[in-house]
Write a protein that binds this ligand. Structure first.
Ligand code: PDD
Length: 286
């Protein structure tokens, strides 16, 4: 079935959804994106994604073409038009089409390009791999220095996914100066002696919307949290590990570079956090 795709105000059959070859998103990766999950036809953590989108755009001096209420209306419409029960909404905003190629930004009044499409994933929250956990490898983090901006420059994360595939594992964890920054498309955590350890927010990592929610729920459940760097060696001696993202929610990680983490099985902290997270965000979905 053909999807309905949103392009600059129009809802179009996917074959008719097009942007210019001069679009700065295409030529320069000059754009940002968000991925918001849909469960039971409703948007998960929408306000967080809308706020981070506004921040990413502001950091790049791209005009935000909509306020939060308008973004919500567009998200709801695309979910309804595509009859999505479980899945994702992908949103991308680029600096637009200046009509030619030039490194300098075009005038600030240029209309940004806005594209949204849906991906249907029935049973997204019941993913069987959450019961067995991910195996991951570590790879050097050679991305740029503003990873807090959610740009569409995803070539190295794609290469890292291919390295993971070649190693017959599920994901790659980025390592810089001996410490884990984050996963190829998720934030990363270890659990030691009941304490949850995750890297503190900075321009080294994306400020995950799922991360913020999970840490809030963990604190409410009286779990201890330490925001600091951890190394691959420390992760290998942890009791548990997990990753978070809008599409994976809380995903247990059971192996790193071929070594089992803890007993190599999905741990109780990750399991509990996944349950709490899914319960709470379903209640708050819009
Ligand atoms: N990725 N870190 C990176 C590098 C990411 O790409 C993502 C999200 C996250 C987690 O952020 P959030 O919890 O807000 O989804 C952390 C999305 C899901 C993607 O690229 O598909």
């Amino acid at each position: 079935m053909s999807r309905t795709v949103y392009v600059n105000g129009d809802y179009l059959p996917e074959a008719e959804a097009k942007v210019s070859v001069f679009d700065r998103g295409f030529l320069m990766a000059d754009g940002v994106y968000e991925v918001t999950s849909v469960l039971g036809g409703k948007l998960i953590d929408f306000a967080g994604h809308a706020k981070r989108l506004a921040r990413s755009l502001a950091e790049l001096e791209i005009r935000n073409p909509h306020d939060e209420a308008e973004w919500l209306a567009i998200h709801r419409e695309i979910v309804a038009k595509n009859d999505i029960t479980d899945g994702m909404v992908y949103l991308q905003v680029t600096r637009g089409n200046p009509g030619d190629r030039d490194f300098a930004y075009p005038p600030a009044d240029l209309a940004p390009t806005v594209v949204l499409f849906t991906q249907s994933k029935p049973g997204l929250a019941e993913s069987p791999v959450a019961k067995t956990g991910w195996k991951v490898i570590s790879v050097p983090d050679i991305r740029w220095g503003r990873r807090d901006i959610k740009t569409v420059q995803l070539l190295y994360p794609s290469m890292a996914k291919m390295m993971a595939k070649a190693a017959h594992v599920d994901d790659a964890w980025f390592v810089e100066d001996g410490f884990v920054t984050e996963g190829s498309s998720n934030n990363t955590y270890i659990v030691k002696g009941g304490k949850i350890v995750t890297r503190a927010l900075s321009s080294d990592i994306l400020h995950g919307i799922t991360r913020a929610a999970v840490l809030r729920f963990a604190a409410e459940a009286q779990m201890e949290i330490e925001e600091r760097n951890f190394s691959v060696e420390e992760a290998k001696t942890a009791d548990e590990a997990f990753a978070t993202s809008a599409s994976a929610f809380v995903m247990p990680v059971v192996e790193l570079d071929g070594a089992p983490i803890g007993n190599g099985k999905v741990g109780p902290v990750a399991t509990r956090l996944r349950e709490i997270y899914l319960d709470e965000v379903r209640k708050a979905a819009v």
